[in-house]
Design a protein around this ligand. Structure first.
Ligand SMILES: Cc1cc2nc3c(=O)[nH]c(=O)nc-3n(C[C@H](O)[C@H](O)[C@H](O)COP(=O)(O)OP(=O)(O)OC[C@H]3O[C@@H](n4cnc5c(N)ncnc54)[C@H](O)[C@@H]3O)c2cc1C
Length: 402
């Protein structure tokens, strides 16, 4: 049988795998199966420029639809894979059709975590993962709308920034005492809380939603004894990785599909890339499941190379970004509670970096409007640098000189 790669999931990891296979000379069949109606696209604008109506859908596509035909990549949108038969090396589609593979790539991403409290099914309670999700509420983000956002993570805060600009009355409800709690130090969290409150967002922490209420549609959000009015609710409380296909096929799963540093699972013909995969990151020194575009692209490339018999481990400093108002937040490495934090620059002038040291080693950097620090911090983290904290605190000294 000629080589036939089947990729499940037409997101950025799946799309990148297909592109990298062709770019690196793969001549066999490539079938890219995705349950959404679109060609692979970038999700970051969904909570930023696309939500704001500033970019057209096509601008988010990784490549135009015609590209896939030109490259002989068989794209199967609106198609769900229901099962993997490893013994027969076939995937079964939801309609029953079977497709053989020589190599299989799982790039299934994640699905939104849903609210389970009373009223969670009311019309007007929305989530945000796909283009279609945004199309379901974007037109309603207009002046005067009472918008309640559940979850003070990146997505919730980015939506808040867009909605405030549009003149909505925005409330953000975060269950934990701090926003962005999972990924930043309290100093950063307080900074973003102040930014949003100053912009007019009613941001409430330590506030867990207990019910959505309304007559036929959401009209109120309840948290304990308190209640606020809502015309529209957007929930952003994280994702659950889509690992069920892998688990049902007997592949190891532990917060993601377990892969090696070249994206291969324990089955030598099956790979996993992107949000759905759990890999060892040599720079961080731990197994991780990353939810970021750079990781989806790096792992997509790595899967292609491994399939081509030229495996190259993914050795990348994790990085991520978030745009809120005039603030471009760029993050490298992974911080943890207990890390020493050093601020360089001025929080008041909204131009600074939070640098994190763990036992003296530079492990992470979160830059706000400091693009140079973002770029230069990657190397310090990769080199496990131990900069002098006093010099680190001085923004006049470039990170690369430390
Ligand atoms: C609103 C939003 C904002 C974001 N902002 C940023 C940002 O600023 N920076 C950043 O780095 N990252 C950001 N991210 C995260 C980033 O978009 C993801 O990490 C990235 O999209 C992961 O790509 P992926 O291909 O692994 O998964 P996905 O993009 O989730 O793609 C997986 C695809 O597989 C499909 N699928 C799943 N199971 C099946 C099946 N059985 N059959 C067929 N198809 C299936 C899914 O429907 C989906 O289309 C953001 C995400 C969202 C939602």
């Amino acid at each position: 049988m000629t080589d036939s790669v089947v990729i499940i999931g037409a997101g950025q990891a799946g799309g990148q795998t297909a592109l990298s296979l062709r770019q690196n000379g793969f001549e066999g069949t490539i079938t890219l199966i995705g349950d959404e109606p679109y060609v692979p696209y970038e999700r970051p604008p969904l909570s930023k420029s696309y939500l704001a109506g500033d970019v057209a859908e096509e601008r988010m596509f990784m490549r135009p639809a015609a590209f896939y035909a030109e490259k002989h990549i068989v794209l199967m949108p609106r198609t769900t894979v229901a099962r993997i038969d490893r013994a027969a090396k076939k995937v079964r589609l939801a309609g029953g059709t079977q497709l053989p593979y020589t190599e299989l790539v799982l790039a299934t991403g994640g699905r939104v975590r849903k609210m389970t409290c009373p009223g969670a099914d009311l019309p007007g309670v929305h989530y945000l993962r796909n283009i279609d999700d945004v199309l379901g509420f974007r037109d309603r983000i207009t002046a005067g709308l009472k918008l309640v956002i559940v979850g003070g993570g990146y997505i919730g805060l980015e939506v808040a920034a867009v909605a405030i600009k549009r003149g909505c009355r925005v409330t953000v409800l975060e269950m934990l005492p701090l926003v962005l709690n999972r990924v930043v130090a309290p100093e950063m969290s307080h900074f973003y809380t102040d930014v949003h409150r100053t912009a007019g967002v009613d941001l409430r922490t330590s506030t867990g939603v207990t019910a959505f209420e309304g007559d036929g549609k959401v009209e109120r959000v309840r948290f304990g004894d308190a209640v606020i009015d809502a015309d529209l609710v957007i929930v952003g409380i994280g994702i659950i990785p889509n690992v069920e296909l892998a688990a049902d096929a007997g592949l190891a799963v532990d917060n993601g599909i377990m892969v090696d540093e070249c994206t291969r699972t324990a089955d030598p013909d099956i790979f996993a890339a992107g949000d759905c995969s759990n890999h060892f990151n040599a720079i961080v020194g731990a197994r991780l499941r990353l939810e970021s575009v750079p990781n989806a692209l790096a792992q997509g490339k790595a899967a292609a190379l491994a399939i081509l018999g030229r495996p190259e481990p993914v050795v990348e400093v994790p990085w991520f970004w978030s745009d809120q108002y005039d603030l471009k937040l760029q993050m490298t490495g992974l911080s943890r509670p207990g890390d020493q934090i050093i601020i360089r620059g001025s929080m008041a002038e909204r131009k600074f970096s939070a640098c994190y040291l763990r036992e003296g080693v530079f492990v992470a950097c979160q830059s706000v409007n400091m693009a140079k620090d973002f770029i230069q911090s990657k190397k310090l983290i990769a080199d496990r640098a131990t900069p002098d904290p006093a010099k680190l605190a001085d923004p006049a000294i470039a990170l690369r000189d430390l």
